[in-house]
Structures are given as structure tokens and as C-alpha cells.
Write a protein that binds this ligand. Structure first.
Ligand SMILES: [Zn+2]
Length: 339
């Protein structure tokens, strides 16, 4: 049983009260704060790509390493931060532009299907956060792997598995959308391959493909870890007794501390402001960071949980309790007295 909060009506008005406070912050923020900062990070990540490809021409190990770092970090910024903000429509107010960004970030950069990314992330994960069988992060479980293989080796497979899962999902979308997705995924993969051969001067298909794998798995470890650290192990709910939104998010979501590289590549909404993001998913990364003091103070004042833990502590916890957290079915929490 979890600590009792106010009744259902109270919880609804609590979320309304918090939304009002957050809206006040948004209203007094400039375009640069609301969208500009994040658009600038994404634009910079795109325009620095030529420098990355050119660095790989160098025989100097240091310059070559800088090229790998530029391509790897930019790949994650475009494919994780860009795709995430685009699925939430947080990059622009224009529906048309949002669709274009969604296709660019999710299909061209990530190699995934935009329909399924939006369905799986926005509709299921956000709509049913920690509800068993729906938004419970169980897609990240690979119970046939042991803890060390899962935590340390499986991330290397992320860039290979992503387009394969996309291909599998294409069977469920209409043929026109499937063709478009196939073309855009192929464009993203082939353009990187072509640039490595023709701009970076790679001599063989094997070395170019190896370089693609290296850059596309550069931050795959924190990517996989962050996805499981922020929900699994926290209270889980059943569909028929799922709590109201403010309780669902304050109990079932966890913030990690700020980490400059991951803040940049994944965005604050996936690192230190995940609770804020789940409560207000349409805010950009920069706005999540700006409203964080308001949200954390509010939840603490109302004696609602505000989960925070360090990356290292979560990593150790997942290694120690791997069996319980990532193999067995999660126990369901019932919030007696809340509704
Ligand atoms: Zn999200």
C-alpha cells in the first residue's frame, strides 16, 4: 500500500492547480526559451555532421576519434532528442512542420517507423505509464539474457535491432505509409554509408558498415539504461485500478541527476526532468528544466512522491535485482483510499 493522498476530486484539482502554475511560467517565457534552445541544439547537431565526416579522413587517431564522437553524439541527439520531441509535437506549433520533423527524426535519423513510435511512446507509454501490459516498459525486457549480457552487451545491438523491429511493425500499417517508411529508413542508412565511402574515404563496405555500427551504438548503453531506470522498479498499476494522472506520474516516474552529455543528446525530459515531462509532455526540454523547481516544490508541498536517484545507484540496483526487475512479472500496487 502506498501513502494516502487526498481523494480523487482533490487529485484532479491538484493537477489543475499545478498546470496553472506551469502555464504561468510558459506564458512568461520567450519563443527562444519555449522552443528555440532545443531547435538550436538540433540544428547544430545536423550542421556539425560534415565536420564529423571530414575528421574521419584523418590518419591522426585523435582527429579520427573526434570525428567518431561528433557523428555518434549527433546521431543520438537527432535520433533520441529530436525523435522524442517530434513525437510529442514539442518542436513547433505547425502540424505540417511537426509531421515533417517526425518523419525526418524518427524515420531518416533513427531508422524507425513514425506511426509506431508515436503509438508506442505517446499513446501507450505516456497514456498508461506503469500500467501492466500497456505502458509498463516491458518492451525493454529480454528475460532470456543474463544480467551482465543485458546491461553491458545488449546495447550494442540497438542500432541493428531498431530497423528490424521497424520492418516487423510495417506489416501493421497501410501499404503507402509502409513504402514511405521503407524509403526514408533506407535514405538515412544509405546516405551515412555513402558519405563514409565518398567523403570520409573509407575503402571497403565492411569498414564503412563497422563505422556506422560504432557511431550508432556510441551512446546505446545510457540509452538502454535510462529507458529502464526511470520506470521499472517503481509502483505498477492494473488497468482497472489505475490511479489518477498526478499520482500515476509522481509514483511511477523517476528523475536522474543532470549529466551534460546526456542532457545534450537525450534532452532534459529524458534525464533530470522525466517527472515534469510525464506531467506536461508537450513542453520542450528547455521548458521542462525551467518548470522543474515549480513542479518539484509543488509535489513535495502536497506530500506526493518526487522520485530521484543517481545513475550509478540505479545501475547497481538493476544488476543486483535483475531477476526481480527485468525477468519476473512486476507486482501490482493498489492505491487504497485514493479513488
Ligand atoms: Zn515522452
Amino acid at each position: 500500500m502506498e501513502p494516502l493522498g487526498p481523494g480523487a476530486g482533490g487529485a484532479e484539482s491538484l493537477l489543475g492547480e499545478l498546470a496553472g502554475l506551469v502555464q504561468d511560467v510558459v506564458r512568461t517565457s520567450s519563443w527562444w526559451e519555449r522552443r528555440g534552445v532545443d531547435c538550436a541544439i538540433l540544428a547544430l547537431s545536423f550542421f556539425v555532421l560534415p565536420a564529423g565526416f571530414l575528421c574521419l579522413r584523418s590518419e591522426n587517431v585523435l582527429v579520427f576519434g573526434v570525428g567518431i564522437a561528433i557523428l555518434g553524439v549527433s546521431h543520438y541527439t537527432l535520433s533520441v532528442k529530436g525523435s522524442h520531441l517530434a513525437t510529442h509535437g514539442a518542436l513547433t506549433e505547425s502540424k505540417l512542420w511537426n509531421k515533417i520533423w517526425l518523419l525526418f527524426f524518427v524515420e531518416v535519423c533513427t531508422g524507425f517507423t513514425s506511426e509506431y513510435a508515436t503509438y508506442g511512446h505517446v499513446k501507450m507509454h505516456h497514456g498508461y505509464t506503469n500500467v501492466v501490459g500497456l505502458g509498463d516498459s516491458s518492451t525493454w525486457k529480454l528475460p532470456f539474457l543474463n544480467r551482465y549480457v543485458y546491461m553491458l552487451l545488449a546495447p550494442f545491438l540497438v542500432p541493428i535491432i531498431t530497423p528490424l523491429v521497424a520492418l516487423d511493425r510495417l506489416r501493421t500499417v497501410e501499404p503507402r505509409a509502409a513504402l514511405r517508411t521503407l524509403a526514408l529508413i533506407a535514405l538515412g542508412l544509405y546516405s551515412q554509408y555513402w558519405l563514409l565511402l565518398n567523403v570520409s574515404g573509407f575503402q571497403s563496405a565492411g569498414s564503412a558498415l563497422g563505422c556506422m555500427l560504432l557511431t550508432r551504438s556510441l551512446l546505446a548503453h545510457p540509452y538502454l539504461h535510462v529507458n529502464i531506470f526511470q520506470h521499472i522498479g517503481l509502483p505498477m498499476f492494473s488497468l482497472d485500478k489505475k490511479p489518477l494522472r498526478i499520482h500515476m506520474m509522481s509514483l511511477g516516474v523517476l528523475n536522474l541527476p543532470r549529466m551534460p552529455l546526456l542532457d545534450w543528446a537525450f534532452g532534459h525530459s529524458l534525464i533530470s526532468c522525466h517527472v515534469e515531462h510525464h506531467l506536461f509532455p508537450k513542453l520542450s526540454d528547455n521548458m521542462c528544466l525551467k518548470v522543474k523547481p515549480v513542479v518539484s516544490r509543488f509535489l513535495r508541498e502536497k506530500q506526493l512522491p518526487y522520485n530521484e536517484d543517481s545513475y550509478l545507484a540505479r545501475f547497481q540496483l538493476f544488476l543486483r535485482r535483475y531477476e526481480e526487475l527485468l525477468v519476473q512479472a512486476p507486482p501490482i500496487t493498489e492505491l487504497v483510499g485514493l479513488q
